[in-house]
Design a protein around this ligand. Structure first.
Ligand SMILES: [Zn+2]
Length: 246
């Protein structure tokens, strides 16, 4: 499967052809044959918005998990909030993508998750009641945390009762399209990272390089918004990295 929006659309169509109902973590229980689409937003809210748009056009609702504590994006900024609200307005749910390394030592991991869900809910003015783990430790994976009022997408249910498929590190470890086409599993749990998808196919290296390079241009424009006559100090053309392909 290519990492393009068209290939993703084709995957959604295939799921539909195979009679999978698109469900979310809160509403799959009554559905014998369903798929839960999960998206972890590790790096770029903008690319998450793009994929959310693709899904909305296909009539599909999924769940986007956002990091509260990351240096890659800021969901409390006006641009960050706008992006998250756009995803919500397209019919998707927002969950917490939880980075356990940011959990202060005084609290347990479930306590940290409850606290961050509360903070995210307050920020979005929407109840946030699902969580996925960002780079979980072995201990967290084994713990199978049950958290009151919050659905843990790492709950054993979503691995035992579902066929789990993931494109982590831009690599489907199993042939995702063949598995969908086979129709052999009643329930599917599919994790994708919007970061890897573009209009045209890009390799892992191209994607990562373009993302890193785009940061200097982004920083330049942030600086221009905060200092008078930046061009007299440094011109945009002096930035050494090329802007990313879209
Ligand atoms: Zn992650």
């Amino acid at each position: 499967m290519e990492f393009t929006y068209q290939a993703y659309r084709d995957m959604l169509n295939l799921l539909r052809e195979q009679q999978y109902a698109f469900r979310q973590y809160h509403n799959y229980a009554d559905c014998p044959r369903c798929v839960i689409l999960r998206h972890d937003i590790d790096n770029s809210l903008e690319q998450a918005v793009n994929l959310a748009q693709v899904e909305a056009e296909a009539g599909v609702a999924s769940t986007y998990f956002v990091l509260l504590r990351t240096d890659f994006y800021n969901i409390a900024s006006s641009a960050g909030l706008r992006a998250v609200r756009r995803i919500q307005s397209l019919g998707h749910e927002i969950g917490l993508h939880f980075d356990e390394t940011a959990c202060e030592s005084s609290g347990t991991i479930p306590e940290c998750i409850i606290k961050e869900c509360g903070q995210l809910s307050a920020l979005l003015e929407t109840e946030v009641s699902s969580v996925s783990m960002h780079r979980p430790s072995r201990m967290t994976l084994d713990a199978d945390f049950q958290i009151p009022g919050i659905i843990n997408s790492y709950d054993r249910t979503f691995f035992r009762d579902f066929k789990y498929l993931s494109d982590s590190r831009r690599n489907w470890r199993e042939p995702v399209l063949d598995i969908i086409r086979s129709g052999g599993y009643e329930r599917l749990h599919i994790l994708t990272h919007a970061f890897w998808y573009h209009n045209t196919e890009q390799t892992l290296e191209e994607t990562v390089r373009a993302f890193i390079c785009s940061a200097s241009l982004q920083r330049y424009r942030q600086m221009a918004d905060n200092i008078t006559d930046l061009a007299s100090i440094m011109r945009e053309e002096e930035l050494s990295c090329a802007s990313p392909k879209s």
